[in-house]
Design a protein around this ligand. Structure first.
Ligand code: GLN
Length: 483
């Protein structure tokens, strides 16, 4: 099978009869089986995927196929698909089957996407390396002994390994953009409230957003277009009209943009030399092309990660209270009464990182410390949001590296949670402020390890973000000329 890297290339072959959806799905399933040792998929949905593929082949023959016909896509194991297992890579949900589908899943299927399976991730989406999964770490598909990033590590790796054309992940603090950076694909976190969270297993509800991993901007655009927009099951969703992203992105624009870069990001002491050089190179080149690119001072960098961890753990401690051993999921066989059912089921069912965060979140919400931590972090959130949006009132985008360095070694940071938390240093700002951000695979080290460049825009500016991303991909992508 060809190494398809865009829906357009797949559909050209489907519509000309060169390949069928059933063949395509079987090829991807074969690839997944051949690389089982990477631990990317927790399960393939062979039966339902092939059934859907057959149905889409018939629709293609009858000229009734939906927009996503032939898009074989994987979903992160925290997105519900009716009649299929979902576990958030946690033992506490082992064996649990979804009773309904997430809105995003319904919308993908309605447009004839083929959902091939669920991908491994950090337990309850908490992590930056995919090493916190109850089902074992995911290995980087292209670089031996490296992590794929997290928490949507399986999702990013599934696309990088050519096991599907696209994937859905979730991003609470960087979990789409950081693994996209490590794996060398495009990861989009939309504006908070752009895509329904109905059917996404909650980690921190005021931060979580679903978004796509793809190889090209056109695929990100069409997936966003299909998934975005009003949903009566998510009250935080915006009722704003959904632009025709997939059309808009085709229109070529060459207008000059105003782009800011934050001093504390680009001059950060922990920034890898090669990542820094490439970022500066792109900044200079954009300037030479006539865009306005200016350095802005931003002095809240040191507050971002702490505020993120206070607020998200607080929300997680509340969201995860529902896993009590009674309603669903794991129940300890050692329990003897109600209290021991709660205590033992939760103690045995959750992994160490999830427990750490539940305890931290409970602590920051406790009566004695609420003001010192939770209220204060809320205030920091407000200030970060105001200051970031102030910059974005003057500039179209903020450009930065996505991550301070490329993929790191497996097992090298698992025992150092603070170091792991600092992996999010450049990505959390967008979540704290609710802004859209994208990681583009525009960098590579001498050893050919990929890393991403991030663009952030003001709320609901995805159209502009995608168009400019396409320009950057055309100009700076290191993988030119692929289908
Ligand atoms: N790495 C971050 C964390 O551990 C982000 C996770 C995410 O975006 N789901 O919380």
């Amino acid at each position: 099978m060809k190494d398809y890297r865009s829906l357009q290339a797949v559909q050209a072959d489907l519509f000309s009869g060169e390949i069928s959806c059933v063949q395509l799905t079987n090829e991807y399933l074969k690839r997944i089986r051949e690389h089982e040792q990477l631990n990317i998929f927790l399960e393939t949905f062979e039966e339902s995927a092939l059934k859907k593929a057959k149905e889409v082949d018939e629709k293609i023959a009858n000229k009734q196929a939906g927009k996503l016909a032939g898009m074989v896509i994987s979903i992160k194991d925290n997105i519900c698909y009716k009649g299929h297992k979902v576990s958030a890579s946690s033992k506490i949900l082992e064996g649990f089957e979804s009773l309904y589908s997430a809105t995003v899943v319904e919308r993908l299927l309605a447009e004839d996407a083929i959902i091939i399976g669920r991908t491994n991730c950090d337990e309850f989406a908490m992590g930056s390396s995919n090493e916190n999964s109850a089902y074992g770490a995911v290995k980087h598909p292209n670089i031996e002994n490296k992590v794929p990033g997290g928490s949507s590590g399986g999702a990013a790796a599934s696309v990088a390994a050519g096991m599907c054309l696209a994937s859905l992940g979730s991003d609470t603090g960087g979990s789409i953009r950081q693994p996209a950076s490590f794996c060398g694909n495009i990861g989009l976190k939309p504006t908070y409230g752009r895509i329904s969270r109905h059917g996404l297993i909650a980690y921190a509800s005021s931060f979580d957003q679903i978004g796509p991993f793809t190889n090209c901007i056109e695929d990100s655009a069409i997936l966003l277009e299909v998934m975005a927009g009003k949903d009566e099951y998510d009250s935080t969703l915006s009722a704003r009209e959904v632009p025709a992203y997939s059309q808009k992105v085709k229109e070529s624009t060459s207008d000059k943009k105003r782009i800011a870069y934050l001093d504390c990001y680009v001059e950060h002491e922990g920034l890898n030399e090669e990542v820094k050089n490439r970022t500066v190179e792109i900044i200079k080149s954009l300037e030479a092309e006539g865009h306005t690119v200016e350095k802005i001072s931003f002095d809240l960098l040191d507050q971002l990660v702490p505020a993120y961890y206070v607020l998200t753990t607080a929300e997680a401690s509340s969201n995860l209270a529902r896993y009590d051993g009674v309603h669903f999921g794991y129940r300890s066989p050692n329990a003897t009464d109600l209290l021991s059912t709660y205590v033992k089921s939760r103690s045995e069912g959750f992994g160490p990182e999830v427990k750490r965060r539940i305890m931290l979140g409970t602590y920051v919400l406790s009566a004695g410390y609420y003001d010192a931590y939770y209220s204060k972090a809320q205030k920091v959130r407000r200030i970060v949001k105001e200051q970031t949006r102030k910059v974005l009132a003057d500039y179209d985008f903020i450009i930065s590296p996505t991550t301070p360095h490329p993929a790191f070694d497996l097992n090298s940071q698992v025992d150092d949670p603070i170091k792991m938390y600092l992996e999010d240093i450049f990505t959390v700002q967008a979540n704290i402020a609710g802004l859209p951000a994208i990681s583009l695979p525009l960098g590579e080290t001498k050893e050919k390890h990929p890393f991403g460049i991030q663009l952030m825009a003001d709320v609901f500016q995805e159209e502009k973000l995608l168009s400019f991303s396409k320009q950057l991909m055309n100009k700076y992508s290191l993988k030119k000329g692929e289908a």
